[in-house]
Design a protein around this ligand. Structure first.
Ligand code: GNR
Ligand code: NI
Length: 168
């Protein structure tokens, strides 16, 4: 097991489109374990492989209070079931320290493979529905800051760039 480094906005590697997983083999299962360990350590409610600079369609989520209900989504596909949308105050481990309101569909269905390569589907609600869409965006090279005004996004970028310079 290993804690992986989480890359941060505006790192261009976060803009990579992840490739579908062809086979859920031991190397994917090891990636899943490392991603779960990294998510719990961060701590975060979700993590996409893109954030640890692995460009495969793998994401992990745990929205439980006790942090004991990991959910693994490999090759996830999301279908929007209704027009209704909702606001959620989102944060991101790749955009540390910033929280902003994002509007997304409330009613979705997600189909994916689990850590054993078995297909499942889910109609998530609340934070889980938000998180599934937030993680899937990462796999498509998208970040929650892309939903904000250019001015807000630029302010966040400048602040993080300054922090990154200070850390060097
Ligand atoms: O830890 C996280 N919290 C969160 C809160 C609201 C909406 C989405 C999220 S996901 C985020 C972890 C993360 O960056 N996943 O990619
Ligand atoms: Ni994120």
């Amino acid at each position: 097991m290993a804690i992986l480094e989480i890359i941060e906005f505006p790192d261009p590697r976060l803009r990579t489109t992840a490739k579908a997983v062809k086979e859920v083999n031991e190397s994917i299962q090891n990636l899943v374990k490392d991603m779960l360990e990294t998510m719990y350590e961060a701590p975060g409610v979700g993590l996409a492989a893109t954030q640890v600079n692995v460009h495969k369609r793998v994401m992990v989520i745990d929205v439980s209070e006790e942090r004991d209900q990991p959910q693994v989504f490999i090759n996830p596909q999301v279908e929007v079931l209704a027009d209704e949308t909702g606001e959620y105050e989102e944060g991101c481990l790749s955009v540390p320290g910033f929280y902003e309101t994002v509007i997304r569909p409330l009613n979705i269905r997600v189909k994916a493979l689990d850590a054993e390569g078995k297909a499942f589907e889910l109609e998530p609600e609340g934070l889980l529905a938000t998180c599934v869409q937030h993680e899937l965006d990462h796999l498509d090279g998208k970040l929650f800051v892309d939903y904000l005004s250019p001015l807000k996004r630029q302010r966040i970028r400048k602040k993080l760039e300054k922090q990154h310079r200070q850390n060097d």
